[in-house]
Design a protein around this ligand. Structure first.
Ligand SMILES: [Zn+2]
Length: 412
């Protein structure tokens, strides 16, 4: 084939330069820098919402279309504010599009002081995270809304949704008031790294709380009268580890994960510990397999509790509570939101990459509640750590992709 090409080479036009992401002006970078500096851990997002509302007001938004819902009434965490929504009627008849990003950041990000370093942004305070997760997503969808308002761009019916409490259990997406969204047909969520990465499915997860009850006694004077909750927990965890139910789990070709993350209890070395509380989680794409992991945990703790007895033959007890954090989902490849997202990624000169996540996303609950949602990256790196960074070019691509998805004819 080459020769044919060669012939063309004489008149070969110089290779099309990869379009640089900097079609966005500096205001988007300024916007995300200001958003990342605002404290807003889960349940305390009101300052973030206030900044977003302020920007919309100054851009001329109809503030009667900017509302917060009553998620705190239904969330186990409560919270100072609900999800923030902004609805725009379309300038053309078309299926409504929903753009989503969560406002909360993990506690490590409170006190973030964003500074630019070349193509990256990081926190000047080395003891904090940056809050790129997920102020970058908040800024990407806000920048699209502001561009439409400022430049009066033609657009389909649009809803912008800034969720609360994503980091603690996806509570905004799970308990949010869907009636404020205006029945969207296509939904796009921003959260994650590379702008061209499309997350079209994610795992499902259970959260467990295990209370181990033993019997206190003097550890020196009468240990045989006690029932050690610590021993029970240790036996159960060892049993799970030996049976391959901890960490990365692979059985019959199916994969999952589990972790015992928090253990609290015990007050003194000279007392046989009578109570421990453990918090654990398990994840798997396969719902049946996820249930199997859960059952293995319950069985291991029940067996261990029954095996630890005192001198009177009294055994320990456990109280096992579990709650589904989110259901797994997998979007079809011809799902309209996936097709549109890929079109927008290509339109800005990138190649879409499909991915499945092993973590929970607001998209899990939105999809489970009937709004198929694809998730796109927005430049986050090393999230939930003190070395969190924002990749500026990836963020700027995310802003352009968001604009392409809200104003398809705009030169994004
Ligand atoms: Zn996030």
């Amino acid at each position: 084939m080459t020769p044919a090409k060669t012939s063309a080479s004489r008149t070969k036009k110089p290779a099309a330069k990869k379009p640089s992401p900097s079609r966005t002006d500096d205001s988007t970078l300024d916007l995300v820098m200001r958003l990342m500096a605002v404290p807003g851990r889960s349940g305390e997002e009101s300052q973030v919402a206030a900044l977003i509302q302020d920007e919309l007001r100054r851009a001329g938004a109809d503030m009667s279309q900017v509302r917060t819902d009553d998620t705190p009434k239904r969330s186990p965490l409560g919270g100072e504010i609900g999800n923030l929504t902004f609805q725009l009627p379309g300038t053309a008849k078309a299926p409504r599009r929903l753009l989503v990003a969560h406002m909360d950041a993990v506690p490590l990000c409170v006190g973030s002081r964003p500074v630019r370093k070349g193509k990256l942004v990081q926190s000047a305070d080395k003891s904090t995270g940056l809050a790129a997760d997920n102020r970058a997503g908040c800024a990407a969808i806000l920048s699209a809304a502001l561009a439409i308002l400022k430049h009066k761009l033609p657009h389909p019916p649009l809803t912008f949704l800034w969720c609360v409490q994503e980091e603690v259990g996806l509570f905004g997406a799970r308990h949010g008031d869907l009636s404020l969204l205006g029945k969207p047909k296509l939904a796009f969520n921003w959260d994650g790294g590379p702008a061209e990465k499309l997350t079209i499915g994610a795992t499902g997860a259970f959260r467990m709380k295990i209370n181990v009850e033993g019997l206190a006694s003097h550890a020196g004077g009468a240990p045989e009268k006690g029932i050690s909750a610590v021993t029970i927990a240790a036996l159960a965890i060892a049993d799970l580890q030996n049976a391959g139910w901890l960490g990365l789990i692979e059985k019959d070709g199916i994969r999952g994960t589990s972790n015992v993350g928090v253990v609290t209890g015990g007050a003194a070395t000279n007392v046989v510990t009578d109570y421990l509380e453990l918090r654990a989680e398990c994840r798997a794409h396969d719902a049946k397999f996820r249930k199997r992991i859960l059952d293995a945990f319950r069985a291991a703790f029940e067996k261990a509790a029954a095996s630890v007895t005192n001198h009177e033959g009294v055994a320990g007890k456990i109280k096992f509570e579990s709650r589904q954090d989110y259901e797994s989902f997998a979007l079809r490849s011809d799902e309209p939101c996936v097709v549109e997202a890929e079109r927008a990624v290509r339109a800005v000169g990138l190649n879409p990459v499909r991915a499945i996540s092993n973590g929970g996303l607001d998209a899990n609950w939105l999809s489970a509640r009937g709004i198929p949602t694809v998730t796109l990256g927005c430049g986050q790196q090393n999230v939930h750590t003190t070395s969190e960074r924002l990749d500026i070019p990836a963020f700027e691509y995310a802003c352009r992709i968001a604009l392409k998805l809200t104003a398809p004819d705009a030169d994004a």
